[in-house]
Design a protein around this ligand. Structure first.
Ligand SMILES: [Zn+2]
Ligand SMILES: [Zn+2]
Length: 348
């Protein structure tokens, strides 16, 4: 089968690799669509993992083979494949910090080499613990593979929205209107909040309005905090969601967030970035800083409900589709987006 093998920093190689052999409790899935995630791009462009590996984790496909011990799954079924599932009984899991669980962090779906997701290949091997513990999800009739590939990123964004405790009627600043920021706009609306988005690109500002933002502003606007103050009775937003790894965006969020409000870090910053802050700002204004990484098993049902019952319009997020062969080109485009680049999907 064909796969995109990570052979070193910025070295993707489109190769023939052996189709994975499955064990008795495993399932083989033919990948139909896999989303290109910001985290994939990081893994490809920075020396974070030893090569060779096959990344890709926002996977939707069709079951191509089932092990002899597998029950409840058949060849031909359409499924979403989750690349990690928490153990549900460690200290982290018992406190709903599923993304800190060692079992969760240990990715086991693979298309060969060190298990790393395996979505950037024609077939991916799904181990027994994922098959048996909710990591294989049937796609209902009427939902496309493209839509289904959004189950995982929707969970990640929903987790952030949930952690920030966004309530109906609250106003939320979303810094960055790329694929993640736009999904935040949709999810803030879904929970009954009002979204104000910022970006540098006029097309993205326009797009944020199209997908449901109450307002969308140029991130360079010197009057930004004043304008947001006017939209919030002089209070500032209840919550800011940082969807871009920028210290400027953080300080802007700090200026625009109300006393007693929250700022959530969603985007992963480059490791060398540090943000100097006077702690009295947080103390006097009682601002909570929150981090949110990856997905929550607790929100899995709600995430599939959002996608499978089309409660948000993920089709509006898709801007580009590439064959697996052109993954490197897709990564380039995601890194240097054109004005109308949003979510990029890969077709193995
Ligand atoms: Zn992802
Ligand atoms: Zn655990």
């Amino acid at each position: 089968m064909k796969a995109q093998v990570f052979r070193g920093v910025n070295q993707l190689s489109y190769e023939e690799v052996p189709r994975p052999e499955i064990a008795a409790d495993e399932v083989l899935v033919q990948v139909k669509v896999v989303g290109l995630c910001q985290s994939d791009i990081k893994k490809i462009r920075y020396p974070l993992y030893e090569p060779p590996r096959i990344f890709g984790h926002e996977t939707a496909g069709e079951i191509a083979a089932v092990g002899t011990d597998v029950q409840g799954w058949q060849v031909g079924q359409r499924v979403v494949v989750l690349h990690h599932i928490p153990c549900m009984h460690c200290d982290y899991c018992l406190n709903d910090n599923f993304s800190m669980c060692e079992v969760y962090k240990n990715i086991t779906t693979t298309a060969g080499f060190n298990p790393s997701g395996g979505g950037f290949a024609e077939y991916v091997q799904v181990p027994g613990h994922i098959v048996n513990r909710g990591g294989l999800i049937a796609i209902p009739h009427g939902i496309t593979y493209e839509q289904a590939s959004f189950v995982e990123p929707t969970n990640c964004c929903l987790k952030a929205v949930t952690k920030a405790g966004i309530k109906p009627g609250q106003t939320v600043l979303i810094t960055g209107a790329g694929p993640i920021g736009l999904m935040f706009v949709m999810l803030v609306n879904y929970v009954g909040g009002r979204a104000i988005a910022t970006d540098l690109l006029p097309t993205r500002i326009e797009k944020a309005l199209q997908v449901g933002a109450t307002a969308a502003l140029d991130a360079r606007d010197p009057e930004l905090a004043t304008k947001i103050g006017e939209m919030t009775n002089g209070m500032g937003v209840d919550v800011s969601l940082l969807a871009v790894p920028s210290d400027k965006a953080f300080f802007q969020a700090l200026d625009c967030t109300r006393k007693g409000g929250k700022i959530l870090f969603f985007a992963e910053f480059p490791d060398e970035v540090e943000i100097p802050i006077n702690p009295n700002i947080l103390y006097r204004r009682e601002i909570d800083l929150i981090g949110s990484y990856s997905s929550s098993f607790r929100l899995q049902k709600q995430s599939t409900d959002i996608i499978f019952n089309q409660r948000i319009d993920v089709d509006a997020l898709v801007s580009d589709r590439y064959p697996l062969k052109e993954l490197a080109k897709a990564v380039e485009q995601a890194v240097s987006p054109e004005p109308d680049t949003y979510k990029i999907l890969i077709y193995p």
